[in-house]
Design a protein around this ligand. Structure first.
Ligand code: ZN
Length: 178
């Protein structure tokens, strides 16, 4: 089932997500619904707070760079209770967008790689090393679990410029007015 998105201005996006204590059928259903919602919205990642659930889960489907230089393929993934183990001290700037902040993209500086652990849907502990788009996607979604949005990582002067846009998003999409 496709779930309703939470948009910029909704308090759930600013809360620290709770760790998942047990992977119940409800959690499995939530993950499946999040994957469906991510695809329906043409996203490559979606965190539970973005569907109004303050839980430490995110899903992703990151395309991979093919030999012909195109980005394609990838697989649906679910990460539960992710924990960063190590990050690069080198940074890379790429454009990011977010389903909770429609029609806006900005260049964001992120570490080049990350090593992290998480649980999969069977409760197994997995460890991953991600670079490039996969690392960028990880940092973006992991931020959501800490109540952080990509616009928080913009240059302050650039961030200031989008105040009117953010006000519009609040007005247009947000159900609960803060
Ligand atoms: Zn996002």
């Amino acid at each position: 089932m496709k779930l309703a998105l939470a948009y910029y201005g909704e308090p759930v996006l600013r809360q620290k997500a709770q760790p998942v204590k047990e992977i119940t059928d409800e959690i499995k259903q939530l993950a499946a619904d999040m994957i469906e919602t991510m695809h329906a919205e043409n996203g490559i990642g979606l965190a539970a707070p973005q569907v109004n659930r303050s839980l430490a889960i995110f899903v992703s489907h990151v395309p991979l760079k093919q030999p012909d230089g195109q980005w394609d393929g990838g697989e649906d993934r679910v990460y539960i209770n992710p924990k960063i183990l190590e990050i690069s001290d080198e940074f890379e700037e790429s454009y990011e967008g977010c389903l909770s902040i429609p029609k806006f993209h900005a260049p964001i500086l992120r570490p080049k790689w990350v090593k992290f652990e998480a649980l999969d849907l069977d409760g197994n502990k997995i460890e991953r090393f991600f670079t490039d788009l996969e690392a960028q996607n990880f940092f973006h979604e992991n931020d959501h679990l800490n109540g952080v949005l990509f616009i928080d990582r913009m240059e302050p002067s650039e961030r200031k410029k989008i105040d009117p846009l953010l006000r519009d998003i609040k007005k247009k999409y947000c159900k609960k007015k803060p």
